[in-house]
Design a protein around this ligand. Structure first.
Ligand SMILES: [Zn+2]
Length: 527
């Protein structure tokens, strides 16, 4: 008789400081599929699992594990797959609806022998009543699934390495694997790793023992690129440990520093055929991670310093473009995408540079709805989603583009180059190219050159392309980018925000702890 494994996903990375709750519409806009539609996306290698983002991700990796290790004995049952762009915590309605739909699908599926879930690990949510953050909503998902399947059915989970292991999550799940890369490139492989452990467990061929650690360490947040020091050394250590045939899988979590949880910090998980070995390796990896805690965080430039540097970089601008990461408003880390501070700085200090810069403002887009392409427009943008951080800015220019995409909604481009018909003042200085301000309805996740290309803006021609991702843009803009600068203005993805979050015990660097072990024991005993 076939063994049955149900699978699904509820995934989003939340920034506790974002003023905008993530709603069901945000999931619908990005990725929300069930039943046969979901199965087609993960079983057929040629159909995108997540449109526009990944052809094959965690669930495809799980299916690969079923094909490779399932001995033809495993039937898979699609539940629900929901993924949204990083943003604010989920609204209470959004979280409960997603959980209800997943649980209903699981009940319809009948008895199962295993469950495979792709979660993020740093998802937040609002509570029903108080509107305060609901602690650890992913533990709620796992507990709801556990309630249906009972205590004996193994549940395997994949996580982003920016996730957080907690007592409640660990109590409800059996097996896990987190990405080994940042920027993330191994979604599918991670699904394969967790999927293999689950398949072998369901077939009765393995019974992995696990050990985990929770480090009182709130650092990194930007420094953790898997192929650069010091993180590269930790992943080398993991590969060395995994060479032992008794070791099943090892995960290291670098922490999403804007996740509101009292046990926020780095985590480690080891699965091995032997409990002592798992414990020993978990200690060793935790010790290695702890040793990197003094590594200086990356330095970000003030906008004025960045602009001075950009003006000097004539050759780099001529040969390609300069990517400016809007580090205070990284949509990929939960920023709302409204930052007007960078716009203000470029308008004041570098109007002659050809700069592509996005601002999210559905109100301004609606206000310009009656304008035709080519019209001169005068509009106030920003100051709507987060007015305290993003004061409004008045811009005047020509409307040159309007289009709509599934992910970003309506998009407009306003060309701020001065009207060529107007006489130029003699002291106007060098020829002004002007900025191209992109207004978007949804959060402008600028990670790939196609974001601008779709709007008729060629990244090769730009002096500056503003991006809203911490790392992935470095891969996607590799051909065009001659220099990447990180600029800090003011917003919810500033690293200093994390120190406003309350943790239950002391954490480094707020408290100069010299050892992690006592705090780890206390964290893992807490519930
Ligand atoms: Zn991540």
């Amino acid at each position: 008789m076939a063994l049955r494994i149900a699978y699904g996903r509820i995934m989003q990375e939340s920034n506790a400081f974002s003023p905008l709750p993530t709603t069901l519409e945000d999931f619908q806009r990005t990725h929300l599929h069930e039943g046969h539609d979901l199965a087609r996306r993960v079983v057929d290698k040629h159909v995108h699992e997540v449109d526009g983002f990944a052809r094959n991700a965690e669930l495809s990796g799980f299916h690969e594990a079923v094909r490779r290790y399932g001995e033809g004995r495993i039937e898979t049952l699609p539940l629900l797959s929901a993924w949204a762009i990083s943003g604010g915590p989920l609204s209470a309605h959004c979280l409960s609806t997603l959980i209800e739909r997943m649980v209903a699908a699981l009940r319809r599926a009948g008895p199962v022998d295993g469950v495979f879930l792709a979660l993020h690990g740093a998802m937040g949510a609002f509570d029903d009543e108080t509107h305060h953050f609901g602690k650890d909503p992913e533990a709620r998902i796992l507990e709801a699934v556990r309630d249906v399947v009972g205590p004996r059915v193994p549940i395997a989970v994949t996580f982003d390495l920016h996730g957080l292991l907690t007592v409640d999550k660990m109590a409800a799940l059996d097996l896990l694997a987190a990405y080994h890369t940042n920027p993330h490139r191994d979604h599918q492989k991670t699904g394969l790793r967790a999927g293999r452990m689950l398949v072998e467990t369901v077939l009765g061929r393995a019974r992995p023992h696990r050990a985990w650690r929770s480090l009182p360490m709130l650092v990194g947040g930007g420094a953790g690129v898997d192929f650069l020091a010091p993180t590269a050394g930790l992943f080398r250590l993991i590969r060395k440990m995994e060479a032992d045939p008794r070791v099943r899988d090892i995960s290291l979590f670098l922490c999403h520093p804007w996740n509101d949880h009292p046990e926020l910090g780095w985590s480690v998980a080891v699965f091995a055929d032997d409990q002592d070995l798992a414990e020993r390796l978990a200690d060793q990896l935790a010790e290695g991670a702890w040793a990197t805690r003094h590594d200086a965080p990356p330095t970000f430039l003030e906008a004025s310093a960045a602009i001075t540097r950009i003006k000097k970089e004539k050759l780099r601008r001529a040969l390609g473009t300069i990517c400016v990461c809007d580090a205070s408003d990284v949509v990929g880390a939960g920023g709302a995408g409204e930052n007007t501070n960078l716009l203000r700085a470029f308008l004041d200090a570098a109007p002659e540079l050809l700069t592509y810069l996005p601002v999210r403002d559905p109100v301004a887009i609606a206000a310009l709805a009656h304008h035709a392409i080519g019209d001169r427009v005068d509009v106030t943008i920003g100051g709507r989603i987060d007015p305290a951080s993003n004061p409004s800015v008045r811009v005047m220019g020509r409307l040159v583009h309007r289009s709509t995409s599934d992910t970003f909604g309506t998009r407009l481009v306003i060309d701020l180059a001065p009207d060529p018909k107007q006489p130029r003042a003699r002291d106007d200085g060098p020829r002004r190219y002007g900025m191209k301000v992109v207004l978007t309805e949804g959060a402008p996740l600028v990670m790939k050159p196609t974001f601008y290309r779709e709007l008729g803006l060629d990244p090769w021609k730009a002096d500056v392309c503003v991006v809203k991702s911490f790392f992935p843009f470095r891969i996607f803009f590799l051909p065009q980018s001659r220099l990447a600068l990180y600029v800090k203005t003011r917003g919810v993805t500033d690293f200093d925000y994390m120190h406003q979050l309350e943790t239950r015990g002391p954490t480094f660097p707020r408290v100069p702890l010299v050892d992690w072990r006592a705090e780890d024991r206390r964290r893992r005993a807490a519930s």
